[in-house]
Design a protein around this ligand. Structure first.
Ligand code: GLN
Length: 194
């Protein structure tokens, strides 16, 4: 059975765990220690406060462990703060994990009161509109040549992928839709296994 881990350092961990529990034939694990990465097929880095998560990742030895996890071909999905942590550059400074060749800008849609949601059809992912929820969300300013842009909102890039890494600046775990989580399972984790 496919096992998915949610990095349990800070942020919206329960929300991902709860939505994953609605999907059949998968097991969900909270990743509290680097050794937990040995027991999972894919990792989700949730939204939260990227500066705090970054500091704690360094303190608990997660940086090398997650880089090795990726090197071994395992898939990783970062939502919002998770996107920030996976990126190469954040507001012109070095990113934390540097696992996807994107430059990001934090809080690019404004502060908490500028949070919003919208519906968008993304044919590659589902035939019904996806609900996209943005909370103090980052945007992707530039992408490297090996990065594929998945979703743009007007001219802003809000979802992208590079090999085994998926990033979204919005929060599918806060909707009632399991579509994006299923997309990650089917197109990343299962695709890498077969
Ligand atoms: N703005 C937050 C940060 O920079 C991310 C917000 C979120 O994850 N919802 O870490």
């Amino acid at each position: 059975m496919i096992k998915i881990g949610v990095l349990d350092i800070q942020g919206g961990v329960e929300e991902h765990v709860n939505i994953l529990k609605k999907i059949e034939n998968i097991e969900v694990l909270k990743v509290k220690y680097p050794k937990d990465l040995n027991n999972i097929d894919g990792l989700i880095i949730p939204g939260g406060e990227s500066t705090t998560i970054s500091k704690l990742m360094k303190k608990y030895g997660f940086i090398e462990a997650i880089k090795n996890f990726s090197k071994n071909g395992k898939s990783i999905w970062g939502t919002c703060a998770g996107l920030i942590l996976l990126s190469n550059k954040v507001d012109d400074e070095d990113g934390t994990l540097k696992l996807i060749d994107i430059d990001v800008s934090r809080n690019a849609f404004g502060s908490q009161i500028n949070s919003f949601s919208c519906n968008k059809i993304v044919e590659k992912i589902s035939s019904i509109p996806l609900e996209l929820i943005f909370i103090r969300a980052p945007i992707i300013k530039n992408v490297g040549e090996n990065v594929k842009v998945l979703i743009r909102l007007e001219d802003k890039i809000v979802a992208a992928k590079q090999n085994n890494i998926l990033v979204t600046s919005f929060h599918p775990e806060l909707t009632n839709q399991t579509l994006f989580h299923e997309y990650f399972i089917n197109n990343f984790i299962k695709a890498k296994r077969s």
